[in-house]
Design a protein around this ligand. Structure first.
Ligand code: PEP
Length: 250
């Protein structure tokens, strides 16, 4: 059975002190392991601290990004080896903010994916259409090409460490959520596309998370859909109470 996952992307929020407070609250909230695997992605400067703090808790820690190169003259960048050396095994790649504000393309993301795989990391791969794509009815085509360009030259065995996060850009941080039906429709399409490209076993095993203004009030309905295996949560992950309520919405 595929994994249920609820991951919190903290983005560029929470300094060291605030990170400490949220981690302590999360440890209390998740004393009992929920049905879903819980992941948090603090900013780079607090990753090591978060990893050490959460070691015994069952909550996993992810990085929000990483560079595709092994090492070298890439000022400001963080490598897979650096993440692994502090214990971080999971990386979020392809978030729409990385694509929009840092110019990350499918081609670059394909490189990052390969580097992460080489380092045996788990990848939470984000993708999703913009509002114009949905309005013009191109959303399936856009999503299919994002997957194809970044992931479809991988071997079927690589998919064991890939988690997909479908995040329609128009729903991220906007308060606008895809309806549970829209999420299910797209998740089913994604799973079918993977089945057609690889095989049904690979498609059935991959966890597909939904992201975009998930809150305690809408999580239950979204997570109840058969092809939605959890969520990637932005804003609501910054508050322990809301994040725990979402994580317990299965
Ligand atoms: C995100 O950034 O991945 C996200 C889903 O954000 P929000 O939940 O705030 O829409």
């Amino acid at each position: 059975m595929r994994k249920k996952i609820v991951a919190g992307n903290w983005k560029m929020n929470k300094n060291l002190a605030d990170t400490g407070v949220l981690l302590s609250e999360l440890k209390v909230k998740f004393k009992e392991q929920p049905t879903a695997e819980i992941i948090v992605a603090p900013t780079f400067t607090n990753l090591y601290y978060a990893f050490e703090e959460l070691k015994q808790s069952g909550i996993k820690v992810a990085a929000q990004n990483m560079h595709q190169a092994e090492s070298g003259a890439f000022t400001g960048a963080i490598s897979a080896d650096m993440l692994k050396s502090i214990g971080v095994q999971i990386v979020i790649l392809g978030h729409s903010e990385r694509r929009a504000y840092f110019g990350e393309t499918d081609v670059l993301l394909a490189e990052k994916v390969k580097t992460a795989l080489k380092h045996e990391m788990t990848i939470i791969f984000c993708f999703g259409e913009e509002l114009e794509d949905r309005k013009s009815g191109n959303h399936f085509k856009v999503v299919e090409s994002q997957l194809k360009n970044a992931l479809f030259d991988l071997d079927a065995s690589d998919w064991k460490v890939i988690v997909l996060a479908y995040e329609p850009v128009w729903a991220i941080g906007t308060g606008e959520t895809a309806s549970p039906e829209q999420a299910q429709e797209m998740h089913a399409f994604i799973r079918k596309t993977i089945a057609d490209t690889y095989n049904t076993e690979t498609a059935d095993e991959v966890s597909i998370l939904y992201g975009g203004s998930v809150k305690p009030a809408n999580a239950k309905e979204i997570f109840a859909k058969p092809d939605v295996d959890g969520g990637l949560i932005g804003g609501a992950a910054l508050d322990a109470e809301s994040f725990a309520a979402i994580a317990n919405a299965f």
